[in-house]
Write a protein of this length. Structure first.
Length: 376
């Protein structure tokens, strides 16, 4: 009897698994990912979710996705722009005069918050004072002290606005700041009458069909998940578990919990114009250079990062980190190739005498994962 030969997959499972194994071998406790090419989907994992018990990571685990949250919040803001309730180029002081009064409120627009050109300083070093200063002279004292602290976003915003401004409003390159997205969270609350997290859940997460994505309601991650280990630039040896943490210190900027499958689904729908309309999506993809928290310069739109890989194409998505957890999610411009991956160790590199992180095998292994997942 004749058997039809199946068409070859455009995915190379062995090469993808080898990339995950290489990242684990380089020192990452656990890594898991989903890669899709057209209708073909591969999921894989390597390493452990718990360094004490050896419990393995699995691809379906939920994970704190950090600043990927910003894309969800940006989409929610753009929905309100589409409805005429928020003006992209309107001064933020018109809507939030108590939080951003005076000249700054008149000069900084909603767009500047979305693409990090507001000039507002990052509040996080002031919320966690023990991490201020040179990377070799920090401690985890405030991380430990504030593990269960319930934070008021208005107080955190005030810390950022009181700090020295790193740039002029509207200037480029922009300077990445979580202060911007806490303000956007308050803006959503002002115009919708609902907490930002509730609005995003009902109008972005649910319509996209994301079944495992939610803002946490307490310090624990619900459902199967890995422990999340923080190295704090080599000051924590061994790295410390911060998987139980009150995320109110950056809920609107980095609070979401999701899965790699949900993230791929979300960015696919966003780029297909199913979360916001074509005009709003075009605004999201208007990029400016932005200096990221690690000092690198990225191309950033309205909650979206543009990643160009020579020979592979242009990808859109975002990256995120919180204490102990890192996530990356990118989808090719035409939607034809996508990758989301999660790791459970952050700030693994020790600084040199000048304060620059020293090269670490993990860095090279992550580049290999990007290349194989996004380029084949």
């Amino acid at each position: 009897m004749d058997h039809e030969t199946p068409a070859p997959s455009r995915l190379d499972p062995a090469a993808l698994q080898a990339a995950l194994d290489g990242l684990h071998d380089a020192g990452m406790p656990g890594v898991f990912a989903e890669v899709g090419v057209g209708g073909d989907v591969w999921q894989g994992a390597s390493g452990v979710a718990d360094t004490e018990t050896g419990r393995p990571v699995t691809p379906d685990m939920r994970h704190r996705v950090g600043s990927i949250t910003k894309t969800f919040v940006a989409a929610a803001v753009l929905q309100q722009v589409e409805q005429g309730r928020i003006g992209l180029d309107a001064p933020i002081g018109e809507q939030l005069p108590d939080l951003v009064p005076g000249e700054r409120g008149r000069r900084v627009t909603v767009r500047m918050l979305l693409n990090h050109t507001s000039g507002f300083a990052e509040y996080i070093p002031y919320a966690f004072p023990s991490i201020q200063g040179a990377p070799w002279d920090v401690s985890a004292q405030s991380l430990d002290d504030y593990r269960f602290r319930a934070c008021d976003p208005a107080e955190l915003i005030a810390l950022g606005l009181a700090a020295p401004s790193p740039a002029e409003p509207g200037g480029t390159p922009g300077v990445y700041s979580n202060t911007n997205y806490l303000l956007l969270g308050r803006l959503l609350e002002k115009v919708t009458g609902a907490p930002a997290e509730e609005y995003v859940a009902e109008h972005v997460v649910a319509p996209a069909g994301l079944r495992h994505t939610a803002f946490p309601t307490g310090p624990h991650v619900e459902g199967p998940h890995a422990r999340m280990y923080e190295g704090l630039w080599g000051t924590l040896e061994p790295p410390r578990d911060y998987s139980v943490y009150d995320m109110s210190w950056d809920m609107a900027g980095a609070g979401l919990v999701s899965t790699v499958a949900d993230l791929n689904r979300f960015f696919g729908k966003l780029l297909a114009g199913e979360v916001v309309g074509a005009a709003a999506l075009a605004e999201m993809r208007r990029t400016v250079p932005v200096v990221a928290l690690d000092g690198s310069t990225i191309e950033y739109g309205l909650g979206l990062e543009k990643l160009t890989i020579p020979g592979c194409g242009t990808f859109w998505g975002n990256r995120g980190t919180v204490w102990g957890a890192g996530t990356m999610s990118f989808t090719r411009e035409d939607g034809g190739r996508r990758m989301s991956a999660a790791i459970n160790l952050m700030r693994w590199s020790k600084p040199d005498a000048s304060g620059q992180p020293q090269p670490h095998p993990i860095d090279g292994a992550i580049k290999v994962l990007y290349q194989r997942a996004l380029c084949g």
